[in-house]
Write a protein that binds this ligand. Structure first.
Ligand code: KG4
Ligand code: ZN
Length: 346
């Protein structure tokens, strides 16, 4: 079955065609980064307007690139939350209209589940095959680290989750973005800090790591941002010169240390063999390296989607939708957006 996926939860308009929940036939992403960059973050009204501007063209192009006609599509999957309300509304309205007109099943997908399912995708496009290694059987552990979420959950089977930990304040990507803003590096901050940090010494400064007690699998990153701001003020007062690479490397190390520690601990507690990563921060080179090393030492395996499938895309939505349909969980034309949608448990 071919599923057409639609994703408009934040600042990327994305449309994809995926075969049998696995093979990416097309994966188009229209990024709005340039539009929002001058404001230092995503402006919701601009995001919705831009989704509306490009979505119809993207759908046509995604079908063309996949070399399929609408009559060959078996279902439409769309993100209905979590995300920006106005942005989600565009994708959901378009998906409902297409489902009605073409008489196709509609399936509303949780964006966070989408990030998990990016790990199940494969493709003949070499750019999407990078680092691909299919997870073996369930149960699995999944860490989603994005601009809006940091969430660690146990995956017993398709659609069966247990949340083990999440951020109590800022998400990991938000910490990168806010850190970059304090350093005057622009938006989004993660990729910039990742690059600059490669030239620095991660031990130059010790930023705090919030472990929140030895048994907690929750995260907290807001103190780290505050600590960076104080450190920059201190440097200024002392008239010391800032070593940008050293600060970026030390700041990034503080985020990665906590993510790796808690993820490995959770994998040991739940006795899983495979760890799946997803979300934009899963592109981070230090996180990829350190979590893979820590896992290997313990006989565990870590899987990451290719960078293009870690950040927001519609192929992951189509894949998640496919498995949901297999579980008999279709939506109807009353599907509404849920901006604060959580990972379903149980
Ligand atoms: O998953 P995503 O595209 O969107 C959300 O659902 O939020 O993630 C975007 C986030 C941003 O905060 C961005 O700074 C971060 O992912 N990011 C990175 C890297 N690439 C993107 N963070 C750290 N290192 C990177 N290389
Ligand atoms: Zn996302």
């Amino acid at each position: 079955m071919l599923v057409l996926g639609i994703e408009t939860s934040c600042d990327e308009t994305a449309v994809a065609v995926v075969k049998e929940g696995k093979e990416v036939l097309s994966n188009l992403i229209s990024s709005q980064i340039n539009l929002h960059q001058k404001f230092g973050g995503v402006v919701p009204e601009l995001a919705s307007r831009q989704h509306l501007e490009v979505i119809n063209l993207l759908i046509t192009q995604a079908l063309d690139e996949a070399k399929v006609k609408f009559k060959e599509i078996g279902a439409i999957a769309v993100t209905y939350g979590p995300g920006l309300e106005g942005a989600l509304l565009i994708g959901v309205a378009v998906a409902k209209a297409l489902s009605f007109v073409h008489n196709l099943p509609l399936v509303g997908v949780n964006h966070l589940e989408g990030h998990l399912y990016a790990n199940f995708l494969t493709s003949t496009f070499t750019s999407l095959l990078l680092h691909f290694s299919a997870p073996s059987d369930f149960p699995l552990l999944c860490l989603i680290v994005s601009g809006g979420h940091t969430i660690l959950f146990f995956v017993e089977d398709h659609g069966r989750y247990e949340v083990l930990g999440k951020s109590r304040d800022d998400a990991a990507g938000e910490a990168f973005d806010k850190g970059a803003r304090a350093l005057g590096l622009g938006y989004p901050g993660g990729p910039i800090i990742d690059q600059i940090a490669k030239l620095g010494n991660c031990k130059a400064h010790t930023f705090p790591r919030a472990y929140l007690g030895k048994n907690s699998l929750d995260f907290s990153f807001s103190g780290l941002k505050t600590s960076l701001i104080y450190y920059l003020q201190e440097l200024k007062q002392r008239g010391d010169k800032l070593s940008l690479p050293d600060v970026c490397a030390s700041f990034q190390q503080a985020i990665v240390d906590v993510l790796v520690d808690k993820t490995i601990r959770a994998a040991e507690i739940k006795k899983v063999k495979d760890i799946l990563l997803g979300g934009g921060v899963a592109v981070n080179s230090l996180l990829r390296k350190e979590i893979a090393e820590a896992a290997e030492e313990r006989g565990l395996k870590v899987h990451f989607p290719s960078p293009l499938l870690c950040t927001d895309n519609a192929a992951m939505i189509a894949a998640a939708g496919y498995y949901q349909l297999k579980l008999g969980k279709a939506s109807d034309l009353y599907l509404d957006v849920v901006p604060g949608l959580k990972i379903p448990e149980g």
